[in-house]
Ligand binder design. Structure first.
Ligand code: 13P
Length: 251
C-alpha cells in the first residue's frame, strides 16, 4: 500500500535562525496531531544539519532539494548523496522545474541523479510537469511521458517502487493557479498507467505520486481525495507552520 507523503520544498528561503523557528513551529503544531501521512521538510543545505538535530525525536523526515550524481571530487558547489545521508536526509528532490528551466537540467542528468540516490538509499522525489505553453498546445501527456520514460531509464521494478513522483505543472508553481482536481487527477492517472506499462500494475500501485503547484490548506482536501493523488509537494505554504500542518491534516 503506497504511502501518502506531504513534503515541504523550502526552495531558497530561510536562513539558519529562521529555519530553527519554522521547525519549532511545526514541532509544536504536531504535539496534539496524529497525521495520516509522512511529513518531510526540505530546507536549504545550510539548515539541514541543524534541522536533523531538531527533528530527531519527532515523526518529521528530512530531505535535500538537489544533489549531484558523482561520489565526490572537483565539482565546485555540488553536494553528494552521501553528504545528504550524513546529515540525516532520507529524501532528495530531483528534477524540480526550477532546476530544469533556470539551471538547464536535462532528463538524462536527472536520470543519473535518481540512480545515484537509489544506490545511496535516498528516496528520490522525482519532479515532472508541463509548462503553460505545452498544456495549451495539447502536449501535456507527451511531455510528461518523455520526462517519466527518460527519467526512469534503466531503473528496474524493484528500484522504481522506491521512487516518489511529484507531478508539478509549471504553470501552477508559485502562481496561485492550482490545477483543478480533475486536471490533476487526469495526469496522475496517466502517469500511473504509464508506470503500469513500463513495469507492472503491482509496481504502479506502489508508487506515491504527489501533486505540487500552489497547494494550500483550502485546496488540499479536494486534491488529496483524488484516487491517484498520494500527497503533495508544497512550496509557499510550507514556509508557515500552520499551513504546512493543515495540508498534512488534509490527508
Ligand atoms: P508552490 O506551492 O509555491 O506553488 O510551489 C510548488 C513547488 O514548486 C514545490 O516544489
Amino acid at each position: 500500500m503506497r504511502k501518502k507523503i506531504i513534503a515541504g520544498n523550502w526552495k531558497m528561503n530561510l536562513n539558519l535562525s529562521e529555519s530553527i523557528e519554522l521547525i519549532s513551529g511545526i514541532k509544536n503544531g504536531l504535539v496534539n496531531q496524529q497525521l495520516n501521512c509522512e511529513l518531510v521538510i526540505c530546507p536549504p543545505f545550510t539548515s539541514l544539519e541543524t534541522a536533523s538535530v531538531l527533528i530527531k525525536d519527532s515523526a518529521i523526515k528530512l530531505g535535500g532539494q538537489n544533489m549531484y550524481y558523482e561520489e565526490n571530487g572537483a565539482f565546485t558547489a555540488e553536494i553528494s548523496a552521501s553528504m545528504l545521508k550524513s546529515v540525516g536526509c532520507q529524501y532528495v528532490i530531483l528534477g524540480h522545474s526550477e532546476r530544469r528551466t533556470i539551471f538547464g537540467e536535462t532528463n538524462e542528468l536527472i536520470n543519473k541523479k535518481i540512480k545515484k540516490a537509489l544506490t545511496s538509499q535516498l528516496t528520490p522525489i522525482f519532479c515532472i510537469g508541463e509548462t503553460l505553453e505545452e498544456r495549451e498546445s495539447g502536449s501535456t501527456f507527451d511531455v510528461v511521458k518523455k520526462q517519466v520514460v527518460e527519467g526512469l531509464s534503466e531503473i528496474n521494478s524493484e528500484d522504481a517502487q522506491k521512487i516518489v513522483i511529484a507531478y508539478e505543472p509549471v504553470w501552477a508553481i508559485g502562481t496561485g493557479k492550482t490545477a483543478s482536481k480533475e486536471q490533476a487527477e487526469e495526469v496522475h492517472a496517466f502517469i500511473r498507467s504509464l508506470l503500469c506499462e513500463l513495469y507492472s500494475n503491482e509496481v504502479a500501485e506502489e508508487i506515491t505520486i504527489q501533486y505540487g503547484g500552489s497547494v494550500k490548506p483550502d485546496n488540499a482536501v479536494e486534491l488529496l481525495s483524488q484516487p491517484n493523488i498520494d500527497g503533495a509537494l508544497v512550496g509557499g505554504a510550507c514556509l508557515k507552520a500552520d499551513s504546512f500542518i493543515a495540508i498534512g491534516a488534509a490527508c
